[in-house]
Design a protein around this ligand. Structure first.
Ligand code: NDP
Ligand code: OXD
Length: 309
């Protein structure tokens, strides 16, 4: 059974060899040397080029090398109805939990201001409220958002979460849907975005949303660059409506060298590393999902295509 792998960058060859080792019973082929396209039955991909998958006319499933599947759905010529499987696992959760707790604490303890004071040799003693008086809002209460909201509550923050359908999470005030968005935002001093990118969430981090947060709130975007209207954020930072932004994902990655975010004093840029897929654990998860799918067993990471995430 032949599998095509699409992944660009310095680790592409490593992934190819790694997956071949994990899947000896499959014929894993590189994107630029697929052999006869009709022999390909599975595709394992990260950001495949638009129109690239349609030549594989016998494709039975597509596996995203990542938790998000927006990069697959972005293909206007995506073969219709082919099941899509995402890649998750405890390592993905652990890393995102570390990233979110780290950056919420950084903003809560106003570390950017203390770091800015150091070169001035300024002894800037800032008094912060304790965590239980700091209101953190997590947008998206799925696999990653739910885990992060729970972890933030364990640290002691006053945590609210927002999802599409009602959720229940210990220690977290759960709100859902458009009708609760206002209430969620007006109580959020540090906003963490962990929504999937869908038509409903594209551009959600916009002026309209920023203006519903308390003045001086901060945002952390660890989901997708396209959630953010970049010019609206720059404007909200200029106006003091938003105090700080921590951004891990961008419209264009790598972020172009001349992008204003790079040297903005209130923006921290991290290079899409919040929870980079662990090649060893991720490879094992991909191999396990592929085998389950081929054997006709239930695949928990199978995406509900009607829902779109
Ligand atoms: P899930 O699909 O598990 O969860 C998505 C959550 O968002 C659910 O709670 C869902 O609501 C909610 N949601 C979806 N649409 C809406 C909407 N219109 N309004 C309100 N809530 C909505 O996703 P994951 O937690 O696995 O991942 C989230 C995203 O994180 C990924 O799609 C990816 O973009 C990003 N990511 C980033 C990484 C990085 O390194 N920066 C690493 C991995 C992922 P409901 O519960 O009702 O379904
Ligand atoms: C993912 C990512 O979706 O790394 O897993 O962004």
């Amino acid at each position: 059974m032949a599998v095509i792998l699409h992944l660009s960058g310095p680790r592409a060859q490593w992934w190819l060899e790694h997956l071949r080792g994990l899947l000896p019973e499959f014929d894993v082929r590189p994107w630029d040397d697929p052999g006869a396209p009709e022999e390909i039955e599975q595709a394992v991909v990260w950001k495949p080029p638009p129109g690239g998958l349609k030549r594989f006319t016998n494709l039975a499933c597509i596996i995203s090398i990542g938790a998000g599947i927006d990069h697959v759905l972005a293909d206007p010529e995506l073969p219709a109805g082919v099941p899509i499987i995402r890649t998750t696992g405890p390592e993905l959760l652990q890393r995102m939990r570390e990233y979110v707790v780290l950056h919420v604490l950084r903003l809560h303890r106003r570390l950017p201001e203390i770091e800015a004071a150091q070169p001035l040799r300024e002894w800037r003693q800032l008094i912060n409220p304790p965590a239980d008086e700091r209101r953190v809002g997590v947008m998206g209460l799925g696999n990653l958002g739910g885990d992060c909201a729970h972890a933030l509550a364990l640290v002691g923050f006053d945590v609210a979460g927002w999802s599409r359908t009602p959720r229940s999470l210990e220690g977290v005030t759960c709100l859902a849907g458009e009708q609760d968005l206002e209430r969620f935002l007006e109580c959020t001093e540090i906003l963490v975005n962990l929504l999937p990118l869908t038509p409903a969430t594209r551009g959600i981090l916009s002026r309209r949303l920023f203006d519903r947060l308390p003045r001086g709130a901060s945002i952390i975007n660890a989901a997708r660059g396209e959630h953010l209207v970049e010019e609206d954020l720059l404007d909200a930072l200029d106006r003091g409506q938003i105090a700080q932004a921590t951004l891990d994902v961008f419209h264009q990655e790598p972020l172009p060298p001349d992008h204003p975010f790079w040297d903005h004093p209130q923006v921290l840029v991290t290079p899409h590393v919040a929870s980079l897929i662990d090649p060893v654990a991720g490879g094992a998860a991909i191999a396990a999902n592929l085998r389950r799918f081929v054997a006709g067993e239930p695949v928990p990471d199978l995406v509900d295509l009607a829902q779109g995430y």
